[in-house]
Write a protein that binds this ligand. Structure first.
Ligand SMILES: [Zn+2]
Length: 215
């Protein structure tokens, strides 16, 4: 009985959902490809990306559970919207006393499909690669999850601790901090090394070409 119940709970993925997911991935790769080209051809854009990564909080290992965004995700977010200074999901914004402005479109981030590799599995793969073994060529599978908003897409839910702007009441859905409010400023943080950023951007170009060649 318990087994039947569990099976019943599992959501079936329809072809339409699969198509939509593939379309989201393709759209994300395209916008990322264009942004990577921009960053690699314009040093000012590359610098802006490093500042965005520092402000959002970036992490070196995309697979780690540490807070922060992988550089691939910072790139995807920045490709969708700039300037970008502080990002979070709907509930995150509520937890810091702000809420998403009605009508704002959320940004997508890459999410890995399936379980994460253990340190042991990763070490074994590295060992095999060093011994000259070719990988199976099966790349990790990702999907695009929407639901991330920049601080500029939010408004104070209560008195803003930075500028004091306060909604007039529960029904007030429009009162916004002035553009000069410190909440919208880039946040301090360590910038990713330039070489690493260039590597990540170049990888986006390869991914794009591979996708065009039939993924
Ligand atoms: Zn404010």
């Amino acid at each position: 009985m318990a087994t039947t119940k569990q099976r019943g709970k599992r959501r079936r993925v329809t072809q339409a959902q699969k198509d939509r997911s593939a379309a989201n991935r393709t759209a994300a790769r395209e916008v990322l490809h264009a942004y990577a080209v921009l960053c690699l051809s314009d040093p000012a854009e590359l610098e802006q990306f490093r500042s965005i990564a520092a402000s959002l909080g970036w992490k070196y290992d995309p697979a780690s559970d540490d807070p922060g965004y992988s550089l691939q995700n910072v790139a995807l977010l920045a490709a969708q919207r700039r300037p970008l200074t502080w990002c979070g999901g709907f509930d995150y914004w509520l937890s810091v006393g702000r809420c998403v402005v009605a009508g704002e479109t959320s940004l997508g981030t890459w999410r890995h499909i399936g379980g994460k590799k253990t340190d042991e599995e990763r070490a074994k793969e590295k060992e095999l690669a060093e011994e000259g073994w070719q990988s199976t060529g099966r790349r990790p599978r990702y999907y695009v999850k929407r639901g991330t908003f920049d601080v500029a897409q939010t408004r104070p839910a209560a008195a803003c601790p930075h500028c004091g702007t306060t909604p007039t009441g529960e029904d007030d859905r429009t009162t916004q901090c002035p553009p000069t409010c410190a909440v919208f400023a880039l946040r301090p943080g360590s910038k990713p090394p330039r070489d690493l950023v260039i590597e990540v951007m170049q990888a986006q170009l390869l991914d794009g070409d591979e996708a065009e060649g039939g993924d």
